[in-house]
Design a protein around this ligand. Sequence first.
Ligand SMILES: Cc1ncc(COP(=O)(O)O)c(C=O)c1O
Length: 394
Amino acid sequence: MPAPSHVMNTYSRLPFALSHGKGCRVWDTDGREYLDALAGIAVNTLGHGHPRLVPALQDQVAKLIHCSNYYAAPLQEQLAAALCEISGLSAAFFCNTGLEANEGAIKIARKYGHDRGIARPEIIVYEKAFHGRSIATLSATGNAKVQKGFEPLVEGFVRVPLNDVGAVREVARSNPNVVAVFLEVIQGEGGINPTRWEYLRELRTLCDEKQWLLMLDEVQCGMGRTGKWFAHQWAGIKPDVMPMAKGLGSGVPVGAIVVGPRAKDVLGPGNHGTTFGGNPLAMRAGIETLRIIAEDRLLDNSAQVGERSRKGLERAWTGLGGVVEIRGQGLMLGIELDRPCGELLGKAANAGLLISVTADNVIRLLPPLIMSAAEGDQVVRILAPLVRDFLAGK
Ligand SMILES: Cc1ncc(COP(=O)(O)O)c(C=O)c1O
C-alpha cells in the first residue's frame, strides 16, 4: 500500500517522478530516459540544465534572490527594456504566473473603462479560451469544466466565437460598455486553435475605431514558441496589453504584463502590486532567457524544427483515418484526433516521450525551443506508430 498523500488531489498524475534533465532529455528516479516534447507545458524554453542559464542563476541566487518592491529595481528595468524592444511596446509590470498577468490585464481594462466614464466596463472574450484558474480568469475562460463549482462567476465578460469578426462587430453595435477584446493568439488549452492573422488585423482596426484595448494573452504562444518572439507578430500588429509568463523564465516563475501607449498610464501607484513579482532571481532568469534565445537564434530553430516535425507527422499519417487535423505554428503543435486520447499520455511516456493531451482529443507538442532537427525527428518516430496503433484499437 502506498503511503497516503498529503498533497491536495487536484491533478491526475503519471506514476513516475522526474529527477533531472539535460537539454531535451529528462530522467526519472528509476533512471528511465524521456525525450521532452512538453517542456513543463511550454515553460522550459532552454530545456534542462542549460550551460549558460544555470551559472547565471547560481550567480544570482548567491547575490540576491528577493528584496521586495520597496527599492529601485535595476534588473526589472533591464528586463522591461528588453521586452519593450522585442515587442515594440512601452512598459512592463512583473508578476509570477500567467493567471496573474491576465488578472492584471483585466484590472487594466476595467480601470481604463472607469477612467473613460464607463461604470460597468465589459470585456469581449472567446469560446474555448483559457486564461487561468483565479475567479476572474476562470470567468474569462470559455470552458464550463473549469468554471463548474466556482459560481457565481465574475461579471463583465461578453463571449464570442473565434475568428468571426461579425460577432465582434455585433457586440460593438449593441454594447456601449465594452472596453477591451481579450484573446489568446493561438488558443492552447482549448486545443491549439489559431486565430487567423487577417482576423487579428481586423480586431486591431476595430479596437482603434472604438478606442478599445486589444489584449493578447501570449502566456502559452509567446516567447519564441511560434518562431517569432510573440505569435501576434505573424499578423504584423501590436496589442495594447500583452500578458505573458510560462517560457519567460525558462522554468523560474516569471509573469509580465507588457503594455503599449494606450494602456501605459492606466495603473498608478497603489493600483496594483505583488510581493514576489519582479524579484531579482526571476528577472535574471528572464534576462538570460531572452539573451540566449537571441544569441542562439532559437526563433529560427523553433520555426524550422516545428515545420519539419509537422511535415514528418503529416507524412507518417497520410491517408490514416482518425487524424482530423495537424495545426499550430513553430513548436506549438496540436494533432486533433476523432476521439478522446488521454491514454496516449501514459503510452507515450512508456515509449520514452513526454507530451500532453488537451481538450480531450488533441495531442499537444510544446518542446523546448532548443530542440534539434534530429530530436524533432525522434518525436515523430515515437509518436507516429503510437497514434497509428491507438487508432487501430491496439
Ligand atoms: C493562454 C494561457 N493563459 C493563462 C494561463 C495560466 O497560466 P498559469 O498556469 O501560469 O497561471 C495558461 C496556462 O496554461 C495559458 O495557457
